[in-house]
Design a protein around this ligand. Structure first.
Ligand code: ADP
Ligand code: MG
Length: 254
């Protein structure tokens, strides 16, 4: 089946002074997929995302988002994407409902705050302040804010870092739900189990180069075909399975 390309990155280079952080990478993201950008710290993931998000200048290369050339109409790209803010971006004195209306005002969008909070399971926190939320709730709220302008694509940079296993699973369900509504998702993560479960395709980036790009299944099959074997006596479960078995999947924070 021919996939429709929604983001096309060609020969992207980013230099910070003399430091070559992104070294001419090219990749496409398909409409409606969950695309993972994986790689060690400092690989260039956030730099790449922020350039596509129009928040950071590139050194060279070409980027097209939903047919819009980033060099020609960055503001048109801004309108169709949702970007997760760092937590410092939320006014501490406002409650969640007020924050949503504040952001909606910036986007010039009409939203129903309660509907949006329902999507991320935070209706009962509508009057709570951002700083009063748990880590998982903060992540869910910041995902809600990415949806305010009804974007075609959302960008999630390490949304599950630091979360407990229950909150992580809860966020996977949320991301899958958002994708099922037709939204394309680009996500970075250091958790390979998460990437394997969530991502339709992943690009592995190392020191500014893409060194692999395929479905998780294909990458695993290729490794096995190359003669790779796991150390013997692989157990049928791991410690995370034990943890979830003992403590259940229910969220604890609320
Ligand atoms: P990742 O998100 O994969 O961890 P980043 O894109 O944040 O990687 O960073 C890639 C490299 O670029 C790192 O070596 C980082 O130190 C460097 N870098 C990132 N931002 C800047 C900046 N504003 N100025 C100089 N170097 C930077
Ligand atoms: Mg990063």
């Amino acid at each position: 089946m021919q996939q429709e390309v929604i983001i096309s990155v060609k020969d992207l280079v980013k230099n910070y002074g003399d430091f070559n952080a992104v070294k001419g990478i090219s990749f496409d993201v398909y409409k409606g997929e969950i695309f993972g950008l994986l790689g060690p710290n400092g690989a260039g993931k956030s730099t790449t995302l922020e350039i596509i998000e129009t928040l950071r200048d590139k050194t060279s290369g070409q980027i097209i988002v939903d047919g819009i050339n980033l060099d020609k109409a960055p503001n048109e790209i801004k309108k169709i994407i949702g970007v997760q803010l760092q937590s410092s971006g939320y006014y501490p004195g406002l409650n969640l409902t007020e924050l949503i209306y504040f952001f909606a005002g910036l986007y010039n969008e009409k939203v129903n705050a309660m509907e949006l909070l329902d999507i991320v399971n935070l209706r009962d926190k509508a009057k709570a302040k951002y700083k009063e939320l748990s880590g998982g709730q903060k992540q869910r709220f910041s995902i809600a804010t990415t949806l305010i302008n009804k974007p075609k694509i959302i960008f999630l940079d390490e949304p599950t870092t630091g979360l407990d296993p229950q909150a992580r699973r809860n966020l996977w369900e949320l991301i899958i739900k958002i994708r099922s509504e037709g939204t394309t998702v680009i996500i970075t993560t250091h958790y390979m189990d998460e990437a394997e479960i969530l991502c339709d395709r992943v690009a592995i980036i190392d020191s500014g180069n893409i060194i692999a790009l395929a479905t998780p299944d294909k990458l695993i099959d290729e490794l096995v075909a190359s003669g790779f074997e796991k150390p013997k006596e692989v157990k049928q479960a791991n410690l995370e399975d034990v943890f979830i078995h003992l403590t259940g999947k229910n969220l604890r924070e609320e």
